[in-house]
Write a protein that binds this ligand. Structure first.
Ligand code: NAP
Length: 278
C-alpha cells in the first residue's frame, strides 16, 4: 500500500475507507469489511457525526487496533461554533470509543465564522483530542479565507468530491492544495452509486485498461484519481471482497498512455462556477 503525506503525518494509506451508509447494511459484514481493509493496509478511515450510526460501527472495527488507524471524523457546520465544535468532537470520541482523532474536519462551510471553528480545533489539538484538523468541500475562495485565519501549515486536508465523471477540483482546488501542502482527499471516488457501466463506451475503455493490467475497473479508477502525490481516496466498501479489491489499488501505478486515454474518455470539462459536492 502506497502512503501519502497528510498534514504532519508522513505516511497515510493512499486508499482509505469511507463509512457513509456503512450502518445501513449488515453490521457484522460492515465491521468485517473495515477490518479486512485494515489487514490490507487501508488504515485511513473516514467517518462523520453526520453518518448516523457509522461511528459506532467504526468503533467496533477498530477495537484493539487503534494504533493501526488514521482516524478522521467531521463536525457538522451547524455545530461548528467555538463550544459546539468541542462538544461535537467529544461526542464523536465517545461513539468511536477512542481518546483521539488523527484529523477532525469541518464537513462544509456554514454560518459560524471560521475563526471560531479554528480556535476550537486548536484547543482540541492542545488538549490532545485531535492530532490535526482540516476541512471538506472548500473551494479556493474559502481556502484563502481559512488560510488568512489559521496561518501556514495548519490545514491538513481538504476532502472534496472527485471521481472519473467529476473532475472539477483539478482546475483550481488541487493546485491550491499542492501550493499550500494541503492533502486532497477524494470522496465518492466511485461516483457514490454511479460507476461507469462496462456497457458504456467509457466503461468499456476502463474495462480494457483493467484487463490489460489484470485488475478491476474500480482499481483503475482509484489509481487514476490518486495519480498525483497530493491526492488520497476514500472509497466506501460494505463487504470484505470490495474492501480487498479497493486495497489492491494502493499498489497500482498506471502508465502515461492509460492516463491519457482516461483523460480523453472522462474529460475534465470546463471549470464550474461553484465547487460540486454531494
Ligand atoms: P463511493 O465510495 O464512491 O461508492 C460506494 C459504492 O461503491 C457502494 O455502493 C459500494 O458497495 C460500492 N463499492 C465499493 N467498492 C467496490 C468494489 N470494489 N466493487 C464494486 N463495488 C464497490 O461512495 P461514497 O460512500 O459516497 O464515498 C466514499 C466516502 O467518502 C464516504 O463513505 C464518506 O466517508 C466520504 N464522503 C464524504 C463527503 C463529504 O461531504 N465530505 C460526501 C460523500 C462521501 P458496497 O457498499 O456494497 O461495498
Amino acid at each position: 500500500m502506497q502512503t501519502r503525506k497528510f498534514g504532519n503525518a508522513p505516511d497515510v494509506s493512499v486508499i482509505g475507507q469511507g463509512t457513509w451508509y456503512i450502518d445501513r447494511g449488515d453490521r457484522k459484514q460492515a465491521v468485517a469489511a473495515l477490518r479486512r481493509g485494515l489487514d490490507l493496509g487501508m488504515g485511513h478511515i473516514d467517518t462523520a457525526e453526520m453518518y448516523g450510526d457509522a461511528e459506532p460501527v467504526v468503533a467496533e472495527a477498530i477495537a484493539g487496533r487503534r494504533d493501526e488507524v488514521f482516524l478522521v471524523s467531521k463536525v457538522l457546520p451547524g455545530n461548528a461554533s467555538r463550544r459546539g465544535t468541542i462538544t461535537a468532537c467529544e461526542r464523536s470520541l465517545g461513539r468511536l470509543k477512542t481518546d483521539r482523532l488523527d484529523c477532525y474536519l469541518l464537513h462544509w462551510r456554514g454560518a459560524y465564522p471560521l475563526d471560531e471553528t479554528v480556535a476550537a480545533f486548536e484547543e482540541l489539538v492542545a488538549a490532545g483530542k485531535i492530532r490535526s484538523w482540516g476541512v471538506s468541500n472548500f473551494d479556493t475562495d474559502d481556502l484563502n479565507e481559512l488560510l488568512a485565519v489559521a496561518g501556514k501549515n495548519k490545514i491538513a486536508c481538504n476532502q472534496v468530491l472527485y471521481h472519473l465523471q467529476e473532475r472539477a477540483i483539478e482546475h483550481a482546488v488541487i493546485p491550491w492544495c499542492e501550493q499550500h501542502a494541503v492533502a486532497v482527499v477524494a470522496y465518492s471516488p466511485f461516483g457514490h452509486n454511479d460507476f461507469p457501466s462496462a456497457r458504456s463506451k467509457e466503461g468499456a475503455l476502463l474495462q480494457g485498461i483493467a484487463d490489460a493490467h489484470g485488475v478491476s475497473p474500480r482499481q483503475v479508477a482509484l489509481a487514476f484519481l490518486t495519480r498525483r502525490p497530493s491526492v488520497l481516496a476514500i472509497p466506501k466498501a460494505g463487504t470484505s471482497q470490495h474492501a480487498a479489491d479497493n486495497a489492491a489499488a494502493g499498489n497500482l501505478v498506471l502508465g502515461e498512455s492509460d492516463i491519457s486515454a482516461l483523460d480523453t474518455a472522462f474529460p475534465r470539462g470546463p471549470k464550474p462556477r461553484g465547487l460540486p459536492m454531494l
